[in-house]
Design a protein around this ligand. Sequence first.
Ligand code: THU
Length: 132
Amino acid sequence: MNAEQLELLATAEAAASHSYSPYSKFAVGAAIRWSDGAVNSGTNVENLSYGLTLCAERSAVVAGVGSGQRKWQEIAIWVAAEQLAYPCGACLQVLNEFADENCHVILGGKGQEPVLKLLTDFLPNPFTADLG
Ligand code: THU
């Protein structure tokens, strides 16, 4: 884990402080570094209609894609609890859509030793289709 990755995790932690999670009370923050070096953050946004909840990771992705980003290199995910949270299946598929080569996933939580993984650790065989 290098200093830049720890800094990305600190940005994810700051984003978790904006979490809108009145139902689960489970605050998550994410910070994504795009291949040009720009960073976007996001948090989980829940809804009274529970299924409409948006995870922190997808919030961070849409913030960047909406400003023109298409390829990411690293994402940090912070949970405001004494545990780590691995990205859910829906987020993995969305992250895969915009993944550059050799994408890193940095995980952190209160009092937890940060963990460094690869996107391919979680999604070794992503869905692909030739729609041409
Ligand atoms: N959540 C995330 O933001 N990211 C994940 O990877 C897993 C779950 C959120 C969704 C919901 O607001 C809360 O955590 C509890 O599931």
